[in-house]
Design a protein. Sequence first.
Length: 317
Amino acid sequence: MSNNISYEDYVKLLSSEIETSSERGLSVMKVTKNNNIMLDAVVLEGMNIAPVAYIHDFYEAFKRGKSIQEIIEDIMLIVSNVPESVKEIVAKMDDYKEASKYILPAIINYEKNQEYLKKVVHRRFLDLAVVYKIAFDVDDGVRGVLTIPNFELEQWCVTEEELYKKAIENARKKDEFSAVPIMELCYDILSHNGIHTEEARLYEASKDTSDNNFIVLSSDSRQGGASVLLFTDILKDALEKYYPDSKKLLILPSSIQEVIAMPYPDDEESIKFLREMVREVNETVVAEEEVLSDDSLYFYDVETDKIGIVEILKEDI
């Protein structure tokens, strides 16, 4: 039998059930995600680190008839599943020598994260912000991630500059960055998932045509891959490999996980059209917490080896 109550009432019902079964050690709370997105979540009390279960993820199952008790059991399986290897890593996080092995950079929107950035170590980068993550492999390609708060600098007796240098060093070692033609990436994803449709064949046929003009720049992990913007040598290699006749890249901030690049257009109208395209995709496709920027496009100039904000768009912001 289906349940037709609203999401708000569902949250209240779930919270009430969790409160009456306090022996489980569960707690309902609001979690602030990227871009100041607030999500209802369930965590396991008394744990320095544990998986978070987001309440909305179970709402559809509830509407289809799954009971609150069954959902709580599913949540328990998630939040209590902390591998021993992860516990061992977390136990060493007070020691900077150990923690520094897992530090990576990530790029997020500056304006949308004002309150969040007051609490975490960061630096400005163009109109974005670089934050620092403790990132470690959990299981089957899943990566656990913790953002480094301000108080850790004092505890570790290090500066933000030292943190930045270590994060960049680690990113080069752990997250190999790549540039892939967008059609090739789409085809590979479809093929990997066993989808051999007419669309897949079209992707394959377009690999070496002028239609394949966009490249996707990201990390191999596809997590926080927009940090590729911090590495001008990778941008230079991509430009020289895919667009040897061009001197500049136009970079579209597709999400915090990756960016899209193409040869810099000759006319302003094309650039403005692409900015509107990014805005539309952000509104209709990209999850709110994964949006990198609505307002800016970026460029890389091989002659100056610099990355910057496209100036002609500033008057429209």
